[in-house]
Design a protein around this ligand. Structure first.
Ligand code: ATP
Length: 226
């Protein structure tokens, strides 16, 4: 069995009186795409946020590359998110004032890569996601599917070890949603990144290697996708 890169066990999390997670466990290996499915309010996003070090669980363990994520300081976790994790969300993640190329180059610029080099690498990612033609447009002037492919390029440009995606195709029609998923999972596999994907759509989860179903804050089911 492949060694997990990221693993959670017995994770519990309450928001006031709401017990969002009640002992959830899951693991993902490098190069693997994991889909977290389940009904609305079952705890999918909370599990993703715990795995990504955004939310600290009340109990349970989360290990990333052999390191204890729960024990890390906020500063260490935010450094880890910046350097080793990438994120794709449903909406509003691109900076509207920047061009698509500048948006994709931004994480590299923040990591102190020079402008020319950052833009060269960003251009390669736009090509890979087949959105080179909108490089000089602003996010407000591109289609929803193009915008999500730009968001995927921006998440992958720093070659993160894990990419977290919460309903990345939730705002798209099925044709565009599948195109985004195909390009996203292909690109992630090429870089050997693990992908943790929250979705309620079976056709999106079909791009994963493993699916789990979260119900009432627990992992109800774990099965190999075909
Ligand atoms: N920051 C928060 N403050 C208070 N309650 C929260 C918070 N985040 C989540 N919850 C609650 O925790 C439960 C699980 O929420 P979560 O967003 O993880 O579910 P989900 O399965 O991702 O739902 P959806 O598919 O609707 O996005 C819900 O009852 C939700 O209202």
């Amino acid at each position: 069995m492949t060694e997990p890169l990221l693993a959670a066990d017995g994770v519990e999390k309450a928001f006031g009186p709401t017990q969002a997670l009640r002992g959830a466990g899951v693991s993902v290996a490098a190069g693997e795409v994991l889909a977290i499915m389940g009904p609305s309010g079952s705890g999918k996003s909370t599990l993703l946020h715990c795995l990504a070090g955004i939310v600290r669980p009340d109990a349970g363990t989360i290990t990333y590359g052999g390191r204890d994520l729960v024990a890390m300081s906020d500063r260490e976790r935010s450094a880890l998110r910046r350097t080793e994790f990438g994120f794709v969300f449903q909406f509003g993640q691109l900076v509207p004032e920047l061009t698509c190329l500048e948006n994709v180059a931004l994480p590299l610029r923040l990591a102190k890569v020079g402008r020319r080099k950052a833009e060269d690498v960003a251009r390669e990612w736009l090509e890979r996601l087949q959105v080179s033609d909108v490089a000089d447009k602003r996010p407000g002037d591109v289609s929803g599917g193009q915008g999500q492919r730009i968001a995927v390029a921006r998440a992958l440009v720093t070659r993160p070890k894990v990419v977290f995606a919460d309903e990345p195709t939730g705002a798209l029609d099925s044709l565009n949603g599948e195109k985004v998923m195909r390009m996203f999972t292909e690109a992630a596999r090429q870089t050997n990144a693990a992908v943790v994907l929250v979705t309620h759509e079976a056709r999106v989860a079909a791009y994963s290697d493993h699916e789990i179903v979260v119900r009432d804050g627990r992992v109800a089911d774990r099965e190999l996708a075909q």
